[in-house]
Design a protein around this ligand. Sequence first.
Ligand code: ZN
Ligand code: ZN
Length: 357
Amino acid sequence: MAEDRIARLRAALAERGLDGLVVVKPENRAYLSGFTGSAGVLLITPERAVLITDFRYTEQAAAQAPAFQVMKPESTDEALIARLVDEFGLKRIGYEGDHLTVDQFQTYRQAVSGCEWVSVTGLVETLRMVKDQTEIARMRRAAEIADEAFAQILPLVKPGAVERDLAAELEYRMKKLGAEGVAFETIVVSGVRSSLPHGRPSDKAIAAGDLVTFDFGALYEGYCSDMTRTVVVGEPTDKQREIYSIVLEAQKRGVAACRPGITGKELDDVCRSYIKERGYGEYFGHGTGHGVGRFIHEGPRVSQRGGDVVLQPGMVVTIEPGIYLPGWGGVRIEDMLLVTESGAEVLTRTPKELLIL
Ligand code: ZN
Ligand code: ZN
């Protein structure tokens, strides 16, 4: 797998006229090499792939990154890079301008003289947007773990249950089911607090009649899942039913429209125009979705801003419209989808019809 990723990277370097790339961002390093240690630098050229890491990690690196030549610096990483750049005769080298600090960059530039440094912000991230089979399998599992954990905690969601306890329980169950951690801080908000799209779980106890929104995901072998469900505790009011059915319909339209060839912005339009049509446009204040992978938020965006990437098979995105009425509450429904050749496969399987607990 690493070989395929390196081949795609080399094609991207050739397109930009670069004869080397220095990779320091941990997610990009792990993506390209397979190495998951906390320290290391990659130098990738058309012919060579070198992983520089210190003595704590050389054994792990050799095992996890067989496509790379593992090297240990005698002094600093920068000094070794400088020697290799000279040895390989590199002239134009890319670096991650959105990640290196100014100090780090100056250190590289001073150590490596006689070559041009070019910022390639987003280059590896662009490759990462299209997932391969290994990544898809991990994300599928991450989604399954979240589905299963949610099913396990539903019996606990009743009047008197505290938001913070439910969040902790959900995270505990995900870990018991094999997650190495959570994809992001679990959101559990109830009653009027459910109008906070990214509210943190509080000490509030759930009351009869509350809407409760859960937004959570598992981290499995380095990959995230992301799902939101809103349930109601006790018999819903007409208003709760109305808002829920609008969000659900918008979400289903988004899922149905998700396919190769559509842009993130167009997909956002699908959900947004329906909510607008039903009179709640101003209460849907965030983008429809985002890409997911090693990060919970990565490309492509599914929103008006920056949503110009055309979806391709292998991309994984969320569709998560919501309506939030201040002082009343909110509803959000979110699935994570894999774009396929003909449409999209929903990876998060928890049912979406209004669940009355
Ligand atoms: Zn989410
Ligand atoms: Zn999301």
